[in-house]
Design a protein around this ligand. Structure first.
Ligand code: PA5
Length: 465
């Protein structure tokens, strides 16, 4: 299983001012945590609780349909193109980047075991889109349009550009190159896919975007590029069993949730840094940033009090950011908790050849890059302790579908527990909806005329556009 080491947030290691008296806190919060975990598990099947993601590991039917479709289209496509925003793309991108061999899209077809390349278009930068469209052979490209609401402006605009281009190039047959992943009842994408006859996968009710990576949103792209989705869901299930434990002493999601909550409210650590010592896990840090920010950044609590909760999540990559952000983390404001994400065993061991005798570099000769990587992580942690900066270390035995299933599910549960500690709803996103609605208004969507006029006024007078 993955492990959490929280020694470096204790007062014994970093002192009273910044560190927690953790044995006391675990004792004080024992019953609260027990109640939160019990409630999460007993409410997970209740409609409207947005907890269906807690059943994702057990969704045999989705796994079956996804595998069946992936087997049916095996060898038919050279490229998979995912259209999606935020939670509809980030989990897929994070796990593909982590689990597939590095530089997957640059490998030959044989090196990819005949599986396709995969592209995630999670932005609408016109230059980027145009460049991507110019390198993809659309006849050999399977486009997966993913939107839970079925109407997000960016995704629908991407889809329309693709549909038009594909129809021109492929004629009516273009439909075989499109799959929709969306809600089964609501949204324009659902209507369009019924009308056009696209193969469609449904996102179960009560799973929000950022908690959807283990539904068809993530599982379908994974299966299409040959990732063993049952290995992922086995990891999710095994972690779920561990995290059903209501005792904080042995539940790592509850421990990290409480640590982050207390670091924020008692010690003023308003920033949560996710720092994987693995380039393959860099998008996991992006995924975590979305999960932490969008779930916990809330204006109102459940009793409608104004609370403005949430830590600001920041991505950092070891060792790259040792040469940029660590200066700030060590000597700047002591307002952060750093999450190191470490891998026990890399797939590769890379030796540094014994080729120089210069005193300044000969110490490296005969060692491995792995040793250097680990020494850098250890020394960064040691320097943070010197400066009394709180940090935890999450260790995964190796990068695999199984352990990453565990890891992402652990973060989801940690987020849900932290939301309960803040007494906010971690599953809504009124702030995101607000800017989505303003976009609809500015782009002239029917029904948004009043806010369009109001907004134009505001932009002209306040922002002077
Ligand atoms: O986590 C969320 O809810 C958001 O990030 C959504 O995933 C994002 O806004 C895209 O929404 P949709 O899937 O409805 O297009």
């Amino acid at each position: 299983m993955i492990e959490l080491n929280y020694r470096n947030i204790t007062k014994e290691v970093i002192g009273e001012e910044n560190g927690l008296d953790l044995s006391k806190e675990f004792k004080d919060y024992k019953d609260t945590i027990k109640k939160i975990i019990t409630d999460l598990n007993s409410n997970k099947d209740k409609p409207g609780q947005n907890l269906q993601w807690m059943n994702s590991g057990y969704n045999e039917e989705t796994i079956w349909y996804v595998k069946e479709y992936a087997a049916m289209v095996e060898n038919r496509f050279d490229n998979i193109l995912i259209l999606g925003m935020g939670g509809s793309a980030l989990g897929g991108k994070a796990l593909c980047e982590a689990i597939l061999p590095p530089y997957w899209n640059y490998l030959t077809k044989e090196q990819r075991n005949n599986y396709p390349r995969i592209f995630f278009l999670d932005n609408i930068d016109p230059d980027q889109m145009n460049a991507l469209l110019s390198i993809l052979d659309l006849k050999k490209t399977l486009v997966n349009v993913i939107t839970k609401s079925g109407s997000t402006a960016e995704v629908m605009a991407q889809y329309m550009i693709l549909k038009d281009k594909m129809e021109k190039e492929l004629g009516d047959d273009y439909r075989k190159n499109v799959i929709a992943t969306t809600d089964k009842n609501i949204g324009i994408l659902k209507q369009l896919s019924d009308q056009e006859g696209y193969k469609t996968f449904y996102i179960p009710d009560d799973i929000g975007g950022r908690f959807s990576v283990f539904s068809a949103v993530g599982l379908l792209p994974f299966a299409l590029v040959g990732i063993d989705i049952e290995e992922i869901t086995q990891g999710v299930k095994d972690m779920d069993l561990e995290l059903k434990n209501t005792n904080i002493e042995s539940n790592i999601a509850a421990q990290n949730a409480l640590i982050h909550f207390l670091m924020d409210v008692k010690k003023g650590k308003k920033i949560s840094v996710m720092m994987p010592y693995s380039n393959r896990l860099r998008y996991i840090a992006d995924w975590y940033c979305q999960l932490w920010a969008e779930s916990l950044g809330k204006e109102k609590d459940k009793n409608n009090n104004t609370v403005n909760t949430g830590q600001t999540p920041v991505k950092a990559i070891g060792v790259t950011d040792q040469h940029s952000q660590i200066q700030l983390y060590n000597e700047g404001p002591n307002d952060k908790i750093i999450n190191f994400l470490r891998i026990k065993e890399f797939d590769t061991k890379l030796e540094i050849p014994n080729i120089f005798e210069y005193t300044g570099i000969s110490y490296l000769c005969g060692k491995s890059i792995n040793q250097l990587f680990n020494a850098e992580a250890d020394s960064t942690m040691a320097s943070l302790i010197d400066y009394k900066r709180p940090n935890v270390t999450i260790t995964i035995p190796k990068i695999s579908a199984y352990y990453l299933g565990q890891l992402l599910y652990m973060f989801e549960v940690q987020t849900a527990i932290t939301g309960a500690l803040y007494n906010i709803d971690p599953f809504d996103q009124p702030g995101v909806e607000q800017s989505k609605n303003y976009t609809y208004a500015l782009m002239g969507r029917i029904g948004y005329e009043d806010s369009a006029n109001e907004l134009k006024e505001k932009l002209l007078t306040e922002i002077n556009i």
